[in-house]
Write a new protein. Sequence first.
Length: 302
Amino acid sequence: MSSPRPDQLDPAVLAALGQLELVARWVVDGFITGLHRSPRKGFSVEFAEHRPYMPGDDLRYLDWRIAGRADRWVVKQFEEETNTNAMLVLDVSASMQWTGDPARLTKLAYAERLASAMALLLLRQRDAVGLVRFDATLRDVVPPRSQRTQWRRLMAAFSEPAGGSESNVSDALMAAGKLVRRPGFVVLLSDLLADPTSTADAARTLRARGHEVLVLHIMDPAERDFPEGGEALYRDPESGAQVPASPGDVRATYRTTVSEALADWRAALGRAGARYALAYTDEPFGRPLRHLMGLNGRGALI
């Protein structure tokens, strides 16, 4: 019986085995291994360059002459493949550093590993990728590049301090959109403790400029389930507001409120033309990767 792929392992177990960079590489290797065929669509007729063959690439685009002459496996890369630009927009506010169980990753740790895996996937196929880290203001901005040295820039940015008291999602999205000069992808990873109206307005503006907007809503399972416990004082990590409550008294109302809030987010972003997905911090990285990196209105992100 074969061992499970890294992208299908428990996120906390996988994170305990290595640092951010190593985990990203493991996740990407497992993800690529799990692809039955290349998700690339619509190769153009204008040849651009060769790149090394990777598992999952369509065999139709192997250069058999080079394989026979030099015993090297390379894929013909066409101009359409080199045009993708993506900006990862990562929320690093205080609420993202929370976890409902010490055995789970914090929302930020989960999002960082997912974002780094996405960045590595894009860079491996010669696409340009950049990063915006934000809370109430922009913490770090790495403009999109496709060079090999970009990976080091991104890893350095991930290691910077985080934890501002609030998050300004709409401004971060707009800033990221300005860095993508031609139509590309803007990918938001956040727990969305923000104003849905302004966030949806920003997404709508980016869509009007031709960008694809993908929103990954990072949640801890405890935020969905409201776990058992005695009387406690619940504190908002960003606003500082405190509410005493007994879980048994408020659980049903809380779950209804959360369900309605998620439905509102999905509807608001859907109307704005963005793609929305939930990602819980106890689920393997492969599921949100497949959702975000899969087919969209223009073809595929990878």
